[in-house]
Design a binder for this molecule. Structure first.
Ligand code: SAM
Length: 224
C-alpha cells in the first residue's frame, strides 16, 4: 500500500472506531475509566480547559459523543455551535445530544482542506483527536493549518492529546498505546510534548502546553 493509501486507511480506522454501539460505551469506558486510571488525566481537567477557552461562537472538531460540550457552560443561552467530524455516527449522536443548541454539522476530514464558505468561529476545540491521526506531529499538524482559516483574529484553538514521548508513561499506558497503534485506532507512536509545542508555536501565538498524566493539554490563539 502507498504511504497515502496507508494514511487514508489509518485515518478511516481512527474515525471508524466510533460505531453507534461504541459511542454508548465511550463516555463511561473511555472518559470515565481509561482517562483517569490509564492516561491519568481526569476528565475534569479537560472540562476546565474547555471552560477556560470555549466561546459562544464555537466549533468542535472530532466530536466523539459530545461529552465535554454537553457539560461546558456557554455564557450565552444560545451559542453558535459547529460540530465537525469524519464519522457520521459521531455527528448524529452528538447533534442529537446537543439539539438544544441547534448545532451546525460539518462532515469533514481535518487532514484535507476544509470548505472555505463556513463562517468563522471564535474558538475551536479538538480534544483527543490528534492522537487518532496518523504520522509524526509534523504530518498531523496539517489539521492546524486546515482549521486556522476557520478562526477569527484573536480566536482560540485548544484541546488535549495522548502522547507517547516526553511524559511519564506508566506500563499499562505504554502497552495500550502500542496495541492501539498496531490496530490503527491511535497514530501517536511518535508524538511528544515538545513536538506538540513546536507545531503550535509555528502557527499560533500565546501557546500554552502542559501535561496531565499522559495527555498534552494545549491552547493557543491566532493573532488579534
Ligand atoms: C477519541 S474521539 C474524541 C471525542 C471527543 N472530542 C472527546 O474529547 O471525547 C476522536 C474523534 O475524532 C474523529 N476523527 C478521527 N479522525 C478524524 C479526521 N481525520 N477528521 C475528522 N475527525 C476525525 C473520530 O470520528 C472521533 O469522533
Amino acid at each position: 500500500m502507498s504511504d497515502s493509501g496507508q494514511g487514508q486507511r489509518q485515518r478511516a480506522l481512527g474515525a471508524g472506531a466510533y460505531s453507534r454501539a461504541g459511542l454508548h460505551f465511550y463516555d463511561a469506558g473511555v472518559l470515565g475509566i481509561s482517562s483517569r486510571f490509564i492516561w491519568r488525566c481526569p476528565s475534569g481537567r479537560v472540562l476546565d480547559l474547555y471552560q477556560a477557552n470555549v466561546s459562544d461562537n464555537h466549533l468542535d472538531v472530532g466530536v466523539g459523543t459530545g461529552y465535554f460540550l454537553d457539560r461546558v457552560q456557554f455564557s450565552s443561552p444560545a451559542p453558535r455551535l459547529g460540530l465537525m467530524d469524519l464519522n457520521g455516527n459521531s455527528l448524529i449522536h452528538t447533534a442529537q445530544r446537543l439539539i438544544r443548541y441547534r448545532p451546525e454539522i460539518y462532515q469533514a476530514d481535518v487532514l484535507t482542506p476544509i470548505a472555505s464558505d463556513i463562517e468563522t468561529f471564535d474558538s475551536i476545540g479538538l480534544n483527543y483527536l490528534l492522537h487518532c491521526l496518523p504520522g509524526p506531529m509534523a504530518a498531523k499538524a496539517v489539521a492546524f493549518d486546515n482549521l486556522r482559516p476557520l478562526l477569527r483574529p484573536g480566536g482560540a484553538i485548544f484541546g488535549g492529546t495522548i502522547l507517547r514521548h516526553g511524559i511519564r508513561l506508566p506500563l499499562q499506558a505504554r502497552a495500550l498505546i502500542a496495541t492501539y497503534n498496531a490496530m490503527g485506532i491511535f497514530g501517536n507512536s511518535q508524538d511528544s510534548l515538545v513536538d506538540l509545542q513546536s507545531a503550535l508555536e509555528d502557527r499560533f501565538e500565546q501557546v500554552q502546553v502542559e501535561s496531565s498524566g499522559c495527555v498534552g493539554l494545549f491552547s493557543a490563539r491566532v493573532p488579534a
